[in-house]
Design a protein around this ligand. Structure first.
Ligand code: MV4
Length: 458
């Protein structure tokens, strides 16, 4: 087993990893940027090392600085958390070649699933339904037009190296396909250094459901149920829940088995997510694999009782999964709300600054994973998420009531936050009835300045 782990991340996920390490008797080394010298996770680590200036590129994305810290601190492994270097195959490779265990899948797997056109082919060979689309990358606009003609509009152009909605364009006719094709390529080249794009039929207002998978280095691979992440705003998830209120038990079982087939085809080990779209007819389609622990992993932890960070560490060190698929049990309903420091009056712009007072909720059925505290100055350099609020109850209705109670209890004075929006979402009849789709937030709460160009008209 590992004696000492370096946490190559910040904020709530750094804290989350350190907490599990302490319970496992593993020493932790926290790294931080100059903007994070006052961060809470530094107080919970055994050792702290400053790795550079505030911009991510100078610190949490700075591979030489992180590897140097790992060498100096003499760690056995690095946990990358989410974002930053978590899906960087080169970083995983560098760790391995320095004899430091990377807590995640193999670099080859990260690469294979990181290319979404390739992941799509792997899903097809694993007999998993995918959205109808191009046969691999689309090289020029003539081919794009031919594919669109075959599929019928609307179609979506996606960056092969993309994710989180970047490098994506929706097209509803030939002219918007041509402009969208070039716009997506340019955006993909700038964002990922890879202009490769592919085309899929655009599924209108789907639900976004993902399956948690967990595999060891001995070929054992199971799923831990699904999370419904349909409540998003411009590709930022706001509310996640498990189980999904919108799928049947039959779909759940089929989707879980499909996720395991995709992961096995990719030679996947450690924790990961297989993402699907679910349409009006409840048909599901594979879209991508996320080769990391995700923000919303905690709702799966609540319904399964499994500490996912602990399992990541154990399988990375070579241990076998302690359960078969049949032994995994699911209890109740868990909902997570992301608390972001954003100003709804300024188009949800990040709202950095000092949290004058921070009083998190508690009590039965509530979990808070947050790096906030009274007097904390939120740096402007990183993600605006300051914490996750979760409710776990026997039924969905009870979980929603507990969540609303906890949102009311939460005191955050200083920055504006997503709490008022989250209350409105959880009180909305369509959400209460489970009758929502990915267009829900924009439809009801998406008032935008009239000068803004809608995404799908670009
Ligand atoms: C789609 C889709 C519809 N059809 N693919 C968004 C992020 C990335 N993970 C995949 N995403 C989507 N892929 C096909 N073929 C719808 C989404 C999507 C979405 C698209 C536009 C606006 C908001 C959205 C919210 C969730 C998912």
């Amino acid at each position: 087993m590992f004696r000492r782990i370096l946490v190559a991340n910040r904020g709530e996920i750094a804290q989350r990893i350190i907490r599990t390490c302490r319970e496992m008797g593993i020493e932790t080394v926290a790294v931080y940027s100059q903007a994070d010298a006052d961060a809470l996770y530094l107080r919970q680590a055994d050792e702290t090392i400053c790795i550079g200036a505030a911009p991510g590129s100078k610190s949490y994305l700075n591979i030489p600085a992180i590897i140097s810290a790992a060498e100096i601190a003499d760690v056995d492994a690095i946990h990358p958390g989410y974002g930053f270097l978590s899906e960087n195959a080169h970083f995983a490779e560098v760790c391995n070649s320095c004899n430091i265990h990377f807590i995640g899948p193999d670099p080859k797997t990260i690469d294979a699933v990181g290319n979404k056109a390739n992941a799509r082919s792997m899903a097809m060979s694993a007999d998993v339904p995918v959205v109808p689309g191009s046969d691999g990358p689309v090289e020029d606009e003539q081919t794009a037009l031919k594919v669109a003609q075959r599929l019928g509009y609307p179609v979506i152009i996606k960056a092969a190296s993309g994710g989180g909605g970047r490098g994506m364009r929706i097209a509803r006719n030939d002219p918007s396909l041509v402009s969208g094709f070039h716009a997506a390529r340019t955006e993909a080249e700038a964002a990922f250094g890879d202009s490769t794009v592919y085309v899929e039929k655009f599924v209108e207002n789907p639900r976004h459901v993902e399956v948690q998978i967990l595999g060891d280095r001995h070929g054992n691979l199971i799923h831990l149920g699904e999370r419904d992440c349909t409540i998003q705003r411009r590709h930022q998830k706001l509310v996640e829940e498990s189980p999904s209120s919108s799928i049947t038990q039959e779909t759940r079982v089929a989707m879980g088995a499909a996720a395991v087939r995709v992961a096995k085809a990719a030679g996947y080990h450690n924790a990961g997510t297989v993402e699907f779209l679910v349409d009006r007819k409840n048909d599901f389609y594979f879209i991508e694999v996320n080769a990391r622990i995700q923000v919303e992993h905690s709702v799966t932890e609540l319904v399964t009782g499994i500490d996912l960070i602990r399992q990541q560490i154990l399988v990375a060190s070579g241990e076998r999964l302690p359960w078969t698929q049949e032994q995994v049990q699911f209890r109740g309903v868990a909902i997570e709300c992301r608390i972001n420091a954003e100003d709804p009056d300024k188009d949800f712009q990040p709202c950095p600054g000092v949290i004058e007072m921070f009083v998190p909720p508690g009590g039965p059925g509530v979990r808070v994973d947050s790096h906030g505290y009274s007097g904390y100055r939120i740096p402007p350099n990183y993600d605006s998420m300051i914490g996750k609020l979760m409710a776990h109850r026997a039924t969905r209705e009870q979980a929603i009531r507990t969540m609303l109670r906890a949102l009311d209890e939460f005191v955050i004075i200083g920055p504006k936050t997503t709490i008022p929006l989250l209350r409105k979402i959880l009180n909305h009849p369509d959400f209460r009835n489970g009758d929502h789709d990915t267009g829900f937030v924009e439809r009801y709460f998406g008032a935008r300045p009239p000068t803004t160009i809608a995404r799908d008209s670009q």
